[in-house]
Ligand binder design. Structure first.
Ligand SMILES: O=P(O)(O)OC[C@H]1O[C@H](OP(=O)(O)OP(=O)(O)O)[C@H](O)[C@@H]1O
Ligand SMILES: O=c1cc[nH]c(=O)[nH]1
Ligand SMILES: [Mg+2]
Length: 209
C-alpha cells in the first residue's frame, strides 16, 4: 500500500484556514492555493533520489549532491488543479506539465474526461497529479487510470482537502500510489461536497458559478 500523509506544517494549516473561509475572494484564494502547493511540493519531493557529482568551487574540487533518477511531470486535473501548478513549478522549474480535463456530473457525481494532453515520455517520468479536492475520489481514480493506460507507473497524488470516502476509494483503486493531503476532513454531504471543506475549488479559483 502506498503512503497516506497529512502534511501538518503550521504555515500550511494557517493558510488553509484562510482559504476555507467564504469571505476569501478569488485573488487571495488563487495566491493561497499557489503558496500551499509550493509548501506541499517541498514535502512531497523529500524522497527524490540524489547522486554524487564532482564539482569545482573557487577553493577546491569536491563531491556534492544533485538530483538523479526520473525526470518529473506535474499533471493537474482541470480546472482546479491548474491553481497548484505554479507552486510546484517554482520548486521544479524543469518539470513538464501534462493536463487531464475532467468534471463531475452534478447528478451522478461521476467524473467525465474531456481532455488528456501529456508529455510523450510520460511513462518514464515521476508524476505528481495535483488537484485541490479529493471528494468521492472518482476524478483522481479516473485521472490515474488514464495515466496508467499510457504507461505511467510512478505516480503521487497531491491535494489540499480530502474526504475519508475519497481516500478509501483511491487507495482501493490504486494501492500503489502515495497520497498527500493538507487536511483530512470529516465527510461528504448529500451533494458530494467535502464538509467542512472550502466549497467548489474551481469556481472559487476562477470566479465562476
Ligand atoms: O473526488 P471527486 O468526487 O471526483 O471530486 C473532486 C473533483 O471535483 C472538483 O472538480 P470539478 O468537477 O468541480 O471540476 P472543475 O475543477 O472544473 O471545477 C475537484 O477539483 C476535483 O477534480
Ligand atoms: O467539496 C468539493 C468537492 C468536489 N469538488 C470541489 O471543488 N469541492
Ligand atoms: Mg468545480
Amino acid at each position: 500500500m502506498g503512503k497516506f500523509q497529512i502534511i501538518t506544517h503550521p504555515l500550511i494549516q494557517h493558510k488553509l484556514t484562510i482559504l476555507r473561509q467564504t469571505k476569501t475572494g478569488s485573488k487571495d484564494f488563487r495566491e493561497l492555493v499557489n503558496e500551499i502547493a509550493m509548501l506541499m511540493g517541498y514535502e512531497v519531493t523529500r524522497e527524490l533520489p540524489l547522486e554524487d557529482v564532482e564539482i569545482e568551487t573557487p577553493i577546491t574540487q569536491t563531491v556534492q549532491k544533485r538530483l538523479s533518477g526520473k525526470k518529473m511531470a506535474i499533471v493537474p486535473i482541470l480546472r482546479a488543479g491548474i491553481g497548484m501548478v505554479d507552486g510546484f513549478l517554482s520548486l521544479v522549474p524543469a518539470a513538464k506539465v501534462g493536463h487531464i480535463g475532467m468534471y463531475r456530473d452534478e447528478e451522478t457525481l461521476k467524473p467525465v474526461e474531456y481532455l488528456v494532453k501529456l508529455p510523450e515520455d510520460i511513462d518514464q517520468r515521476q508524476i505528481f497529479v495535483v488537484d485541490p479536492m479529493l471528494a468521492t475520489g472518482g476524478s483522481a481514480i479516473l485521472a490515474i487510470d488514464s495515466l496508467k493506460k499510457r504507461g505511467a507507473s510512478n505516480i503521487k497524488f497531491v491535494c489540499l482537502v480530502s474526504a475519508p470516502e475519497g481516500v478509501k476509494a483511491l487507495q482501493e483503486a490504486h494501492p500503489d500510489i502515495d497520497i498527500f493531503t493538507a487536511a483530512l476532513d470529516e465527510k461528504l454531504n448529500e451533494n458530494g461536497y467535502i464538509v467542512p471543506g472550502l466549497g467548489d475549488a474551481g469556481d472559487r479559483l476562477f470566479g465562476t458559478k
